[in-house]
Design a protein around this ligand. Structure first.
Ligand code: 5GP
Length: 140
């Protein structure tokens, strides 16, 4: 479990939030600094810091909530699409150490980009390096 964060206080009802969905294990509420109308955060009620820390069943519950909410959010704000993302770790931009999924409504011509824009310059990797990386991920 992670240190107590503002999201634990939202789960406990100690600070207000615009809740849009709740299950036994997850909570979803509007982001206080929305990137677009309808920008929603979906969290596990228990405060795990990183995706890798989540028990598998809670990870499944979290994605089930994302799956349930995405079309509802898209319809509610009449969006054209949705970007779904997790800043998983400080180097990726995670500011609150309690796993949270961003659901960001997208609109034609909104000036944003695809998720490919989140990293720096793309590396130029040789075939051998790609083979090595794939083998490491497979744990050969
Ligand atoms: P991160 O950078 O950690 O991925 O995103 C944290 C998100 O939490 C930010 O988008 C920020 O606007 C949102 N946030 C921070 N504090 C609060 C809060 O007290 N209430 C709500 N609803 N959102 C918050």
């Amino acid at each position: 479990m992670s240190e107590e964060t503002i999201f634990d206080k939202i789960v406990a009802g100690e600070i207000p939030a615009r809740t849009v969905h709740e299950t036994d294990t997850t909570l979803a509420f509007l982001d206080a600094n929305p990137l677009a109308p309808g920008h929603t955060l979906v969290i596990p009620k228990e405060g795990y810091e990183r995706v890798r820390d989540l028990p598998a069943s809670l990870s499944a519950d979290l994605f089930a909530a994302v799956h349930e909410l995405t079309p509802r959010i898209e319809a509610a704000v009449d969006a054209d699409a949705i970007t779904i993302g997790i800043n998983d770790g400080p180097a990726a931009g995670q500011e609150i150490p309690h796993v949270h999924v961003h659901i960001v409504p997208r609109f034609e011509g909104d000036g944003g980009g695809p998720i490919h824009g989140v990293a720096g310059s793309p590396p130029d990797l040789a075939d051998e390096e790609l083979d090595d990386i794939a083998a490491s991920i497979r744990d050969d």
